[in-house]
Design a protein around this ligand. Sequence first.
Ligand code: GLN
Length: 293
Amino acid sequence: MSSETWTIRKVLTWTAQHFEKRQVDSPRLTAEVLLSHLLNMGRVRLYVDLDRPLSKEELAAYRALIERRMAGEPTQYLTGTKEFYNRPFKVDARVLIPRPETELLVEAALHALPKDAPSRALDVCTGSGCIAISLAAERPQASVTATDLSPGACALARENAEALGVAGRLTLLQGDLFAPLPPDARFALVVSNPPYIASGEIPGLSAEVRREPPLALDGGRDGLDLIRRVIQGARRHLEPGGLLAMEIGETQGAAVKELLQAAGYENARVEKDLERRDRLAFGTHPVATGPRG
Ligand code: GLN
């Protein structure tokens, strides 16, 4: 950029073209989102103020954001926020950026929690806390427990719970899946979006996804390591009739359905996302009939 006057209009046009050449996704939108973040004004406001010139300092700061974005840093890490289920979540490189597919998991999981009675839900691999916090916010009588192996994720999930007003009903435990729970803890719902990408596929992912924590992505050789362990562990922590709801990879539907059936779940089923790819898997903990042996 030269030393002439750079208005919002001009900066956005230049940046969108630059992003387009460098094959950054949604070039114009990304330019606007980053500028509205930097200037601390809504995107609509940018259009009202198209002729406002940027100061030297603003230009320098914006240029730094553009460079980080072109180097592969996700837009959401640069702005520090991502909307999920209609609420803003803080995000940074300690956690996976919440995805729209995962909103479908929340939507389905909510059916297992009554609207006007107390209930208990567990979210393992909570990351930013987006699932656990959405459930708590949508079900004001629910108590939600969330675990994550990463201390950084737990710290950020706690910040999100506080900012979104559900910290009093969210128990956050740092540790591996079910390990931090009391052995007799039982839930009406166990939900998880575990890491499910096969290790061998990770090097081929986009630069942006490779900025996300490997711990949040890597599901082992066939991508199913964590899913297997969630299926096993949830058996011990679901109430009779309780629901296990998981997000899975698009090629994993048949395998996960089999794993659920082999582990003794009832009504094992797989559902697709909006792009018609297998994305969600469910199973119900059998209700014990007859005396327990
Ligand atoms: N539960 C979080 C999410 O769905 C994090 C998932 C993960 O880190 N694998 O975004």
